[in-house]
Design a protein around this ligand. Structure first.
Ligand code: GLA
Length: 369
């Protein structure tokens, strides 16, 4: 089938998959709730070429790994190559047979910055392999396949936020995604004079250190105790909280339920043309992630506080937590002042200065040539 399908494929090509910023809706995806990410212009590019020896030859940053497609299974490949190899494995599991390929990856996305470089790597691989072999797979199907690659082959228990953002986002829009049904809507992201500034705190994180999995397990436990399929289904928050004895579980539930409301409120504000008011939602989300979900880290807290004091409309940590980036909503005329405020707050604590990136809502993954 690989060879027959390749008749409609292409001998070589170049594909790009972006990283993402999640405007709001953190730690809601695996609770079957709502998220609102947008794609960055930065991402991972895969230059691919078909080969007929059943091997996947992977190049990135001077490293080379060769993987046999035959017998590919979770646990067989380790390190960074597990992500692209996992995509080939998950494609095959889903019945999309692709053959060998040489893939050369380049990236302009900082790794470990909470901007989804691993999802970008998976999605670039998925487009390259399906493109090279003429395999027609729906984007939503590719979201599941790339998530499976990350969960089973790379061993990271993430939800569908990052892969959905990379594959489904559109230019100038945020993606409102219902993580239960997979249904999504494009929400115009008209920020007027405001900008989303990414502050990379320089603290590196990994989602497989157990703390992310702990949060997931706590949420599942709370949902079980409350008798709902997922925390998305909690309707009466006060009544639900009073039924939980464990203060940790109460905090987790309160975050997830209020965060889902903040996603909806943010969409309402954007639709009403009230983008600056989204800042208050971001800050409320940050405080909830800091105090209730307890996934923030000192450099993120200081960045948000200094940015807001310096004139930003609001800000919050993004991604899984414990490291990575913060986003800040700021009037374009105040960007320099906000950066200075954050730099000074870091210097006062003898922390290395953070790096900055202006986040512009960009198209999702696509073939370049
Ligand atoms: C990481 C995971 C996502 C999501 C976020 C938290 O980025 O990859 O699936 O759970 O954390 O919102």
């Amino acid at each position: 089938m690989g060879v027959r399908a390749a008749m409609n494929g292409t001998a070589k090509g170049t594909w790009h998959a972006p990283g993402r910023v999640n405007l709001i809706g953190e730690h809601t995806d695996y609770n079957e709730g709502f998220v609102l990410p947008f794609a960055l212009p930065q991402g991972i590019t895969a230059e691919g070429e078909r080969r007929d020896d059943g091997l996947l030859e992977l190049h990135s940053g001077g490293q080379r790994e060769v993987v046999e497609l035959d017998g590919l299974a979770p646990g067989r490949v380790r390190g960074w190559a597990a992500y692209p190899a996992g995509v080939a494995g998950a494609l095959a599991e889903a019945g999309y047979l692709v053959g060998g390929a040489t893939l050369r990856f380049t990236s302009d996305l900082p790794t470990g910055a909470g901007l989804s470089s691993s999802a970008a790597l998976e999605c670039a691989t998925a487009l390259a392999l399906t493109g090279l072999y003429g395999v027609k797979a729906d984007r939503r199907e590719l979201v599941k396949i790339t998530q499976r690659a990350e969960n089973a082959y790379a061993g990271v228990p993430s939800g569908i936020l990052d892969q959905s953002a990379s594959l489904l986002c559109e230019r100038d829009h945020a993606l409102l995604l219902d993580c239960r049904t997979g249904l999504s809507a494009q929400v115009p992201l008209d920020l007027g004079e405001h900008r989303v500034l990414v502050v990379d705190t320089g603290v590196r994180h990994s989602l497989d250190d157990g703390r992310y999995a702990d949060r997931r397990a706590e949420c599942e436990k709370a949902a079980g105790l409350l008798g709902v399929p997922a925390l998305r289904d909690v309707e009466d928050l006060a009544a639900s909280l009073s039924r939980l004895v464990d203060p940790v579980l109460r905090r987790r539930v309160q975050h997830v339920v209020t965060e889902n409301h903040r996603v909806q409120a943010t969409v309402g504000l954007l639709k009403a043309g009230a983008a600056p008011e989204v800042g208050a939602m971001l800050t409320a989300s940050h405080l909830s992630l800091r105090d209730l979900y307890q996934v923030s880290w000192p450099q993120a807290d200081v960045a948000v506080e200094a940015a807001v004091t310096g004139g930003a409309r609001g800000g919050r940590m993004i991604g899984g937590g414990f490291g990575g980036s913060v986003i800040v909503l700021v009037h374009r005329d105040r960007i320099a002042r906000v950066r200075q405020a954050v730099d000074e707050a870091y210097a006062a604590r003898s922390w290395r200065p953070p790096s900055y990136l202006e986040a512009v809502a960009s198209p999702g993954a696509a073939r370049l040539s």
